[in-house]
Every structure is written in C-alpha cells, then in structure tokens.
Design a protein around this ligand. Sequence first.
Ligand SMILES: [Zn+2]
Length: 205
Amino acid sequence: MIVLLDNGHGSLINGEYQTAGKRKDWQEKGIIYEGEFNRAIVNGIIEQLTFYKIPYVNIAPEYWDVRLETRIKRANKYPARSSFYLSVHSNAGGGHGSEIFTSPGNTKSDKIATVFGEEFQSEFPDRHLRTDFSDGDLDKERRFYVLTKTKMPAILTENFFMDNFEEFRDILNTREGRQKIIDFHIKAIIRTKIEIFKESAPLNF
Ligand SMILES: [Zn+2]
C-alpha cells in the first residue's frame, strides 16, 4: 500500500503566502496559514511512515500552489489497487470539530474514512466529529475534485476550524495538538494497511 499525501494548498515562500484566503489572522493572538498547517501534519505523517517503512509519495512537495489537475495527474500514475489518496486540510467558515470526506457512493474510500473517523474519536474523545450517517457510515460526501478524479480510493480530512478561536488556540496552533492530529492519521493509515489492504502490520509497530 502506497500512501499518496496531498497538503492541499500552497505555503509561504520568503514570507509570502502563495494561496488566496485560506488563513485566519487572530491579530496579537497569532495567525494560521492553512498551507503551513497542512504541511506540518503531512510532514509529521511522513516522519512516522518512514519509521514504519510504509511507502508514501508527497504529491505536491513544492511550496507554491500546485494546481488540482497536476496533483491528480501525479497521483494517477500510481496503481489504483495498491494506493490511496489522503488530502489534509483545516476548515473555515464557522463551526467546530473535524470531518472526513469521500466522494459520493459506497466505495473502498468509505471503509477507509470510517477507520479515520474512529481513530479521530479515540484520539480526541471530547471533540466533535461532524458526521453524516444518511448513507450508513460516518463520512461526509462531496464532489471535491481530488476525491472524484483520483482513480484510487481517496479521502480528505478537515481538521478543526482555523476561524474557531478555541480550536486555533488549543489545537491547531500548538505542538501537542498538531501531534495528536498526526497520531490519529498514522493509526488510521496502519489500520487501513492491515484491515482494508490486507497487508501485514509494520515490523516495528
Ligand atoms: Zn483546504
């Protein structure tokens, strides 16, 4: 199983943010750029996947904003049956908690999303997982480009809200909070490898 990691947006180059919007300035309390946050999580995932010898590809290692079409073109070079696509984001627009998205329809992506949702809930038992059980499982379904155009299973995690001050202060802008987000992704990836891709557990796990 190869994990295809997508950090979602551009980041900062020479202090200049490459992506329009996708930030929240809390003035004297700090600022969060989604592209920086997404990379911190993806880089933490990469560190752990290397430790566990689980193959991965960083789909957009550049700091500029790589077009969605380019991300998908790169991803679709990998075999659909032995890879899955994981896009990491943080939410905005008012609200709290986290969400796991898949494309509509019941596919392998839904099984993977369920594992991610369960690991989120075990890592953050006091936090809200925004779910939609109308199709029988916890993920929310949207026609996001990276979810519909990928030929392999694909999920997208929205990790808390940048424009919720409490979540910014206590989770998104703290080392501990970011590590917990990394940890639930890693636990979910390892369970996906074992339970869904039917591969053996990593040796040092
Ligand atoms: Zn995003």
